[in-house]
Ligand binder design. Structure first.
Ligand SMILES: Cc1ncc(COP(=O)(O)O)c(C=O)c1O
Length: 429
């Protein structure tokens, strides 16, 4: 069905409250996907929508770029892809193929990592069950357990001695002692006691320390914690530090394009208001993270202990590896369309806060037009965006949301509508 009216007007030419650079970044991004519009339209024709389009080549390239940035500053460095960020088996397999280990946070993820043929696995996370610890003990040659508490040290000792094996382990440190983050790890002030407690264990070998800070737009939080950690380990008896082999600095590296947000307070405004009220929170380049973290290691950590460095990147590697493909089902007004998929395929109301360009692959244009792009769930909290790049938007049009590979597919939920299939493009498909 073709509708006569073309009421969604172009927004180009209006003044936007963000930098011209950002405008250019958005246009370059849109253009790079419009250049490949035929591939995406073909995938929609062959497999139907909604789809996740997975690009293994991009995954491999990001994995190598991340390792390259850190290895140019830190000689002894290993990266472990954080599976929680995207736990699709093909994604894990590509990470392993690119030379990364895997960071898992449950028995389920551990099984998937083993299934992907991974031999270097970090098992982090609070509240590991007996069954999960037994699974780790049964795969002791491949798994290092990052212990979350004194109690977990005892439970792992039991699981490992029950299995007649010895398990390598690390200690997760809390970076924020108050509030929601308090539940992770042990306070820095308990590190010496923990090392002393683990020294008496027969089946658990504590060999490392882990911390994680989230949502880092710059390396400041990691650098600050390394300074605190250096102060603490400098005061610990060197005999207790002698067993330590690695320091795991966690994940949380924000991708270099920055965070693209819709401004607070415009949630229920008109599509036009939405289009004008978006902003970018800038993020440092990964080379800056690597350089500054390396400097902090040299200053605060290596004088006390020359440790191997591990990292657990998720988002930085996975975000560009998957894109979402939808079809417009209904055009209810000039500035309101409904698509064939609901945001259950990503499991949360992401685009009520996040901005991502919605690109009409069927009517390509670099003009962005305001329009409420809604999902088809029976809830109003089901929004894909408040604008689209295209000449027009009509039922049957194929829409693409680029670079949505982080914290989407792994959070999908069985709610009202079917889940989206994953289709690979590029690589050895
Ligand atoms: C312990 C740990 N490591 C790594 C990550 C991955 O973080 P990101 O995807 O932001 O790199 C997380 C995310 O929550 C985490 O909790």
């Amino acid at each position: 069905m073709a509708m006569k009216s073309r009421g969604c007007q172009p927004a180009s030419g209006r003044s936007h409250p963000f930098s011209s650079n950002w405008q250019k970044d958005i246009h370059d991004l849109v253009l790079s996907f419009l250049d490949r519009a035929g591939i995406f339209r073909q995938a929609a024709a062959d497999f139907g929508t909604p789809l996740y389009i997975y690009e293994p080549d991009v995954m491999e390239e990001r994995a190598r770029a991340f390792m390259g940035a850190f290895r140019s500053h830190i000689r002894d460095f290993e990266a472990f892809f954080a599976m929680k960020c995207n736990n699709h088996p093909d994604v894990a397999a590509t990470a392993v193929q690119a030379g990364l280990g895997l960071d898992v946070s449950s028995g389920l993820e551990l099984q998937r990592a083993l299934g992907a043929g991974c031999e270097h696995i970090l098992f982090s996370g609070p509240g590991k069950t007996e069954g999960e610890l037994e699974l780790a003990a049964a795969n002791a040659g491949k798994v290092t357990v990052l212990l979350d508490s004194f109690g977990e040290l005892e439970r792992l000792e039991k699981a490992a001695s029950g299995a007649g094996t010895t398990v390598g382990a690390g200690i997760r440190l809390t970076t924020v002692e108050q509030g929601l983050w308090r539940k992770f790890g042990i306070p820095l002030s308990s590190l010496a006691d923990f090392l002393a407690a683990s020294a008496g264990k027969k089946a658990v070998r504590v060999q490392g320390i882990q911390f994680h800070t989230s949502w880092n737009m710059t390396p400041q939080a990691q650098v600050d914690f390394l300074a605190r950690l250096g102060g603490e380990i400098g005061s610990i008896d060197s005999s207790l530090l002698a067993t330590l082999r690695f320091l795991d600095i966690g994940g949380g590296y924000w991708p270099e394009g920055g965070e693209w947000l819709l401004e607070e307070g415009y949630e229920y405004g008109s599509a036009l208001t939405r289009l004008r009220a978006r902003q970018r929170v800038p993020a440092a380049a990964i080379e800056d993270f690597a350089r500054e973290i390396a400097r902090a290691l040299v200053e605060h950590i290596f004088p006390h202990a020359p440790l191997r460095i591990y990292a657990e990147p998720g988002r930085w590697i996975a975000d560009r590896t998957m894109h979402i493909l939808l079809t417009v089902v209904d055009r209810k007004a000039d500035d309101l369309v409904v698509t064939d998929a609901g945001t259950n395929i990503l499991g949360w109301e992401r685009y009520e806060k996040d901005y991502v360009p919605v690109i009409n692959m069927s009517r390509p244009s670099l003009d962005e037009r305001p329009c409420m792009i809604a999902g088809s769930l029976c809830t109003p909290h089901d929004i894909w965006g408040w604008s689209y790049f295209g000449e027009d938007i009509q039922p049957g049009d194929i829409l693409l949301l680029p670079n949505q590979g982080a914290y989407t597919w792994s959070l999908r939920q069985e709610f009202i509508k079917p889940l989206a299939k994953v289709v690979k493009i590029g690589g050895d498909v």
